[in-house]
Design a protein around this ligand. Structure first.
Ligand code: NAG
Ligand code: NAG
Ligand code: NAG
Length: 443
């Protein structure tokens, strides 16, 4: 495979050298994890005919309970986030936001208290424009008041959408709302839709400014319940990676949108792809699925601790596509531990082909940029396969299912002492032989 192995490492070093001054509200040091209503439950306000699935107090309490009882909280999911369609159609007489009184009969503070009483965090949705995307009152003209309302409800996370506003106003408006959030004194994760609306309007977002003001932001289309939608997002992040990746880091993340795993549109293999790719992309992990009825195999994907650990890696470096040819892609993300300035990596082999049999991919670690002379301990993150410690020259072979993924973790090993020649051969402790590496490998 024609991969320039050194390229990955060089890019990563450049990336780290670039100093980013992100929003420092102390939050989202790793990508936020939680549950968000939108993709699965949309704007269903019909509680008369569909009481179990409408956007209501009951839905959020139910999901809160399930995040705890079904073990999602134990693996890191912590935010319970409302999306659009929670509001009354009008502000109160005093100009304050108020929830729909029938669907949220106890008010938002009561729901927030409930979520907190379970040890979780509470998120809400508003819009920078005159209306939310579904036509409820927006925050334009009320930015300060709304920030205070959210603080008074003990909100931990605000997603601010961008419908019914002028994208050119966002460079002022999003920072202004962030300023008001900050001034409340209540730390709230700030999720922005700022760049995606500007990109739609044909203008170039100022990511320097976005990073200074937002904890996360949407770059591309809303995810829909389909493989085509998921593929379009993966392509967007791959095709624009040189511009997108440098913006990610602790406190500030690109948001490719919700996890749709466990819904209707993705097969089992495709669901594994989303989880693996979101981890490579250092993406927020916001499940949007009915936790009452999710099948166990999908729940297991969402609760895969090894993949979550990649997503939550403390370096916060977003991964990149390092190979793409005839439907096969390789993506790699630098992660901890680091040894002698060599990163460890998560590597995803993605098969976009639809011929109905697994595709073989064979590549040396070196060709993927994994050149640490001590080698790497390689482990499959879905299957129970431990490859042991492999040298950079080792060719690794994987079978990747159609519209499926194999994701590996490669933990860099300490650089070994010269071993005496008499050391018995052990495939799990391969010995580094300096003569077999080109001088380039050490750059
Ligand atoms: C928002 O509403 C105000 C008052 O009606 C109007 O002047 C303004 O143009 C609207 N903004 C947008 C982006 O539609
Ligand atoms: C407000 O911003 C300051 C300066 O960046 C920061 O130190 C502080 O933690 C922020 N407070 C909140 C509540 O976000
Ligand atoms: C982008 O934002 C930064 C930080 O706010 C600012 O210094 C810079 O001038 C802006 N760039 C452009 C092209 O407006």
């Amino acid at each position: 495979m024609g991969i320039n192995g050194i390229y990955v490492l060089a890019t990563v070093v450049t990336l780290c050298a670039r100093l980013l001054h992100g929003l420092e509200n102390g939050l989202a040091r790793t990508p936020p994890m939680g549950w968000l209503a939108w993709e699965r439950f949309r704007c269903n306000t019909d509680c008369k005919n569909d009481p179990d699935n409408c956007i209501s107090d009951k839905l959020f309490r139910t999901m809160t309970d399930l995040v705890i009882s079904e073990g999602y909280a134990d693996v890191g999911y912590e935010y319970i986030n409302i999306d659009d369609c929670w509001l009354d159609k009008e502000r109160s007489y005093s100009g304050h936001l108020q929830p729909d009184a029938e669907r949220f009969p106890y008010g938002i503070r009561d729901l927030s208290d409930y979520v907190h009483s379970k040890g979780l965090k509470f998120g809400i949705y508003e819009d920078y424009g005159n209306y939310t995307c579904a036509g409820y009152p927006g925050s334009l003209g009320y930015l300060e008041a709304d920030a205070h309302t959210f603080a008074s409800w003990n909100v931990d996370y605000v997603k601010l959408d961008g419908c019914y506003s002028h994208p050119k106003d966002m460079d002022i408006g999003y920072p202004e709302f962030g300023y008001h959030l900050n001034r409340t004194g209540k730390a709230m994760v700030y999720s922005c839709s700022w760049p995606v609306y500007q990109i739609y309007a044909g203008s170039q977002p100022n990511f320097t400014k976005i990073i200074e003001n937002c904890n996360l932001w949407r770059n591309f289309d809303d995810i829909q319940d389909s493989w085509a939608s998921l593929e379009s997002i993966i392509d967007y992040y791959g095709n624009n990676q040189d511009n997108i990746i440098p913006n990610a880091g602790p406190g500030h993340w690109n948001d490719p949108d919700m996890l749709i795993i466990g819904n209707f549109g993705l097969s089992y293999e495709q669901s594994k792809v989303q989880m693996a790719m979101w981890a490579i992309l250092a993406a927020p992990l916001l499940m949007s699925v009915d936790l009452r009825s999710i099948r166990p195999e999908y729940k297991a994907i969402l609760q895969n601790k090894k993949i979550i650990a990649v997503d939550q890696d403390p370096l916060g470096i977003q991964g990149r596509r390092i190979y793409k040819h005839k439907g096969i892609e390789i993506w790699a993300r630098p992660i901890t531990p680091i040894s002698h300035s060599y990163f460890s990596y998560a590597v995803a082999f993605l098969n976009r082909r639809t011929d109905g049999t697994p595709s073989d991919v064979a590549v040396t670690l070196q060709e993927m940029g994994l050149v640490a002379p001590g080698g790497y301990r390689i482990e499959d993150l879905y299957e129970d396969v431990d490859y042991g410690v492999l040298t950079p020259q080792t060719k690794i072979k994987v079978k990747v299912n159609p519209s499926g993924v194999v994701i590996l973790r490669a933990d860099v090993q300490p650089i070994p002492y010269r071993q005496p020649a008499s050391t018995p051969y052990n495939p799990f402790r391969q010995i580094f032989r300096p003569t077999t590496l080109s001088p380039n490998s050490f750059k």
